[in-house]
Ligand binder design. Structure first.
Ligand SMILES: C[S@@+](CC[C@H](N)C(=O)[O-])C[C@H]1O[C@@H](n2cnc3c(N)ncnc32)[C@H](O)[C@@H]1O
Length: 342
């Protein structure tokens, strides 16, 4: 879409600054939301099996690798969700009566553009509240969006989901909470329940929730998606070690580790681990922490739950959200679910 403003901005420079005026940070809690996470990192390395929190996937390099993974032929999730949004965005926005949009884990907000296009077609103002721990990506995405959508006002919350939900300004109109990309599947069960409880508390009766979720299917589709031949999925996970090195003055040696991903159809979850290829010692100097890793030892890194539609709806129902409609992409079994808070 062409970047044009209907507020009288004449030349290119004033045009750009007018767009920039439509971006503000409501919250950038600390410039670094992981600034105090060191003790959690140590705790997770002291349990058996060892683990690394998936929040370490998303530094600047990790986000870039994830974006590239999303564009590989094997990674069906983004394409399937984008297709569902393309087909149903108009219905969703109109059914919710042109709501303010709050997005959890907005990232580059590439697919959310489909919703903004509906506002643009109707020349309707849209207030957008993206919440993302990766403040750099959030800021870049916000500035790109306002250039493309003259009716868009972006109120960034550069922080965690829970803190972002708590910091939302008072509601002035109906809101649509969007949680896309099957990000709900990347959380532990308890985290999902905590998040839904916060969502329920942060939303008002009558607000909507748009949830994108990958569904249980033949393991071969899933295994391919997380083992793409270009290697972006593996590199995005292994980048967690770079992230730890940079942040905590660590000495993980990349060649000493390997990516492992496998779908467990019984648990309906994909499990991503990092394997230590040799007996080795790793130090995170700024945390004053050293650990031994055995050859073949596996570090838990990421999980991706795949849902059955009815199970997911029951989970949401227990959390106080009633199903309004659901759309399933049949080839890859990916679902878009619209709920309403009771
Ligand atoms: C899998 S990406 C999805 C991005 C986008 N919604 C999509 O569908 O392509 C997850 C995004 O959530 C953000 N994120 C992950 N955990 C978070 C947390 N606890 N709080 C806030 N943002 C988080 C990451 O920075 C990343 O941008």
């Amino acid at each position: 879409m062409a970047a044009s403003l209907d507020n009288g901005a004449g030349n290119g420079v004033s045009h750009l600054s007018a767009a920039a005026d439509r971006v503000r940070f409501v919250l950038r809690s600390t410039d670094d939301p992981l600034a105090h996470d060191g003790p959690n990192v140590i705790r997770n390395f002291m349990t058996s099996p060892k683990s690394i929190s998936s929040v370490y996937v998303y530094d600047e390099a990790g986000t870039e690798l994830f974006e590239r993974q999303c564009r590989t032929p094997e990674y069906y999730l983004r394409r399937a969700e984008a297709e569902l949004l393309r087909r149903h965005a108009g219905d969703i926005v109109q059914l919710c009566e042109f709501p303010a949009i709050v997005e959890l884990g907005a990232g580059t907000a590439e697919k959310t553009r489909t919703l903004f296009e509906v506002y643009a077609e109707h020349e309707a103002r849209c207030d957008y509240y993206p919440i993302d721990i990766d403040t750099e990506t959030l800021s870049q995405a916000a500035h790109a969006l306002v250039c493309d959508f003259p009716q868009l006002f972006v109120h960034c919350l550069g922080t965690t989901y829970l803190e972002g939900l708590r910091a939302l300004p008072r509601r002035t109109r109906c809101r649509l909470f969007a949680f896309l990309g099957s990000s709900i599947g990347n959380m532990q069960r308890q985290e999902i329940e905590d998040l839904l409880a916060h969502l329920f508390a942060g939303a008002d009766r009558g607000d909507y929730l748009l949830l994108g979720a990958d569904l249980h299917k033949d393991a071969s589709f899933i295994d391919k998606a997380y083992n793409d031949s270009a290697g972006f999925g593996p590199r995005s996970t292994l980048n967690m070690l770079h992230h730890l090195n940079r942040r905590y003055d660590g000495n993980f040696v990349m060649d000493n580790f390997r990516y492992r991903s496998k779908y467990d159809p019984r648990l309906k979850r994909n499990e991503v681990r990092i394997e230590s290829l040799a007996a080795q010692t790793v130090t995170l100097a700024s945390l004053d922490f050293t650990m031994a890793l055995a050859a073949g030892e596996l570090i838990d890194a990421e999980i991706m739950w795949k849902f059955e539609p009815d199970e997911l709806c029951s989970l949401l129902d227990r959390a106080g959200f009633s199903l309004v409609n659901r759309w399933i992409e049949l080839l890859y079994r990916y679902g878009l679910f619209l709920f309403r808070r009771r």
